[in-house]
Structure formats: C-alpha cells, structure tokens
Design a protein around this ligand. Sequence first.
Ligand code: UD1
Ligand code: UDP
Length: 369
Amino acid sequence: MKIMTVFGTRPEAIKMAPLVQALNKDPEIESVLCVTAQHRQMLDQVLDLFELTPDYDINIMKPNQTLSMITRSILEGLEPILQKEKPDMVLVHGDTSTTFVTALACFYQQIPVGHVEAGLRTYDKYSPFPEEMNRVLTGDIADLHFSPTQRNMDNLTREGIDPAKIVITGNTVTDALLTVAGKPYEFEDETLKSIDFEGKRVITVTCHRRENLGEFMANIFSALADIAREFDDVEIIYPVHMNPKVREEASQYLGGISNVHLIEPLTYQPFVNLMAKSFFILTDSGGMQEEAPTLGKPVLVVRRETERPEAIEAGTAKLAGVEKETIYAMAKQLLTDRSEYEKMAHAVNPYGDGHACERIVAALKEKLK
Ligand code: UD1
Ligand code: UDP
C-alpha cells in the first residue's frame, strides 16, 4: 500500500511528523513524503527536529505570497508527482491552502484523499480566513476523515458524510507534544537564557492569522503593551511569525518595550518548553489551543470565534476576542485574581491521548485493504 503524505506549513508539519514516522516504520506501507514548502524556514525547523527527509519538495514559498500564488504553484507542482507516484491514498492535514489544493490536485487525478484533523468548523466562511473554506472543501473531496473528537465527527455526519468513512482518532498534536514535552532541555536562545523564569511571570504570545492583520492585531498588541507597562514582574515573549506583515505590526506596537521580547520563531522543542514555563499563553494559533490544555496552561484566544470549543469547555481556554479593552481586562484578571487563574490552570486532555497516529495507521490498513 503506497501512502503519500503532503504538507507545507509549520503546524501541519508538527502534527503530521509523528504520523509520517509511524508510516515509515510500518512494513506493509510504502510511505512517500512530499512537502510544498508553503513555509520554508518554519517547515525546515520541524523536518530537522523530527529527522524527516522529503522525497519531493516543490519549494513554492515566495515573500508576501498571495492565496492565488500558493494555489497555482501547488496545483502545477503536484501534478507530475501524483502522476508518477500514483499513491493509493494521499494524506493531508487540517485547513491550510496546501491542504485544500493538494486535495484538489488529487481529485483531478482521481486519487483518494485521507483528511487528518477533519471536521473542525466555525460555520463562518471568512473566519478563520481562508481556513474555514479550506477544510470544508477538503472534507468534500476526502474519502477518509480522521476526526480528533466526537464533536468533529458529528459536524461531518451533519453534512451528510457517511459515518463509515470517519474515524475518531484524537489529535496528532498530542502525539507530537508528548514526544518532546518532559524531556530534559536547556534553552539555547540568548533571550530565553536571560529570563528569570522563577522570579517573573512569563506570558507567551503568538499571533499571525490573516483575518487579524491590521486593526485587530493593533488592538491585541496595544493591550499587551499596556499589560507590559503596568506589570513589572511580567515578561512577554513573542516569537514572531515570519510573515512580513505580522513582523511590521508587532514591531510597531511592541518594539522598544523593555519587558517585551520579540524573538525569532523557535523550533518546536524550545517552544514547548517555553509554553510549559509560562504563566499563561495568549494566541490566535489553532495548535496552541490544543497543546496548552495538556500542559495545564491558561490560554486567552485572541479571535472572534474558535473551532476548538473543547478547550473552552474544559476550562483552560477563554475566547478573549479582538477588542483592546476586553483583552486587557482578561489578561489583567489572570495576573491579579488567583482563584480565576487556578480555575484555568489545570491539565486536561480533550484532544487525545498521544496515540492518534497508531489509530490512523490501523484505520488505513483496515479501510484500504
Ligand atoms: C499559513 C496558513 C495558515 C496557518 C499558518 C501557520 C494558508 C492560507 N495559511 O498562514 O492556515 O495557520 O500558515 O503558521 O494556508 N514566511 C517566511 N518563512 C516561513 C514562513 C512564512 O518567510 O517559513 C513568510 C513569507 O513571506 C510568506 C508569508 O510569511 O509569503 C506568509 O506565509 P503564508 O503561508 O502565505 O501564510 P501564513 O500566514 O503563514
Ligand atoms: N510553534 C513553534 N514555534 C514557535 C511558535 C509556535 O514550534 O515559535 C508551534 C506551536 O507549538 C504549535 C504550532 O507551532 O504546535 C502552531 O503553529 P502556527 O501558530 O504557525 O499555526 P496554527 O496553529 O495557527 O495553524
């Protein structure tokens, strides 16, 4: 059985790396890895950490790329590879443009698609943008759906997808997280080495969503700047995404504040260790909403909605929105109200037990035989 895995961005790589390792190990499977390199440096960081060497790399990233540029270059780049390899199934992950365009390229060659992290929904076409439509359209094309949770499966069955084609697996992010969390690790980054993690309260920040660029990011960063100026026992650490538009806004609003540290994207192991040492996390990332509950860290989600309500129901995440006053008030409450903080700071595991990849490999062998 030949299974080709295709991914291109940092979060897809983190969540697919343990699955590719599992596919590579299985004697019944011929595993082929193709990367689009929609992200270049941030993808390579993950490939290095998990010691993965792609069989194909279509290397599409351009500075400040548009959605049309990504779509065209992936479609054209994948066509000859799919024609040559003719895999029994192509696995894609989540909701990026790599995900959707790969599914489309497979559809054009009538190659079956397996969708990992299937069934997340906000039901708002433009938020997150373009991810909501990327995952809906991928779901329409996919032949097998690997859903992290029962809720994700229910979303798909409501859309008329045959339950026999859906497998609940947990999220592979927990598999990835557990391979690096808990291992002894010393920071190598100079800024992280200089932080007094015992004496200070660290807030780890990331922010990159396309729909937050502009006014909403200005609101989020202004709220953080106020928090940094008000609390001198707080250190804000923000490994800034490589998108030039994000970098510009981050340095405009957060540059030059002594207890705000704008640093380069971290590789996954130091980043997980940073989250584990943080007081709380403020982010618009999807993956970090899934990782923080396992680490027992409160998360303020700076978005208008989330397709990951499980973490909110479990109590570790709160939707803080994109307005300055609300974000400031919620961050301040976590810093000043011990009982509110304690209510959020507990480890729960709504997204899986670290065995999602095993379940996916077993399901592939059963369903494709
Ligand atoms: C992409 C995904 C988004 C995902 C996010 C994770 C789409 C449309 N968006 O958004 O779903 O949540 O990745 O981070 O699929 N860049 C670099 N080096 C890198 C990575 C990015 O220089 O390693 C810069 C480039 O200038 C690039 C820009 O960032 O053009 C934006 O990258 P892109 O993949 O288009 O969008 P993201 O915002 O990263
Ligand atoms: N991450 C990382 N280094 C960083 C910031 C984030 O390794 O400097 C990890 C994080 O733990 C999570 C993933 O990258 O697993 C999230 O990626 P991103 O925020 O780019 O995308 P999203 O989750 O929003 O799709």
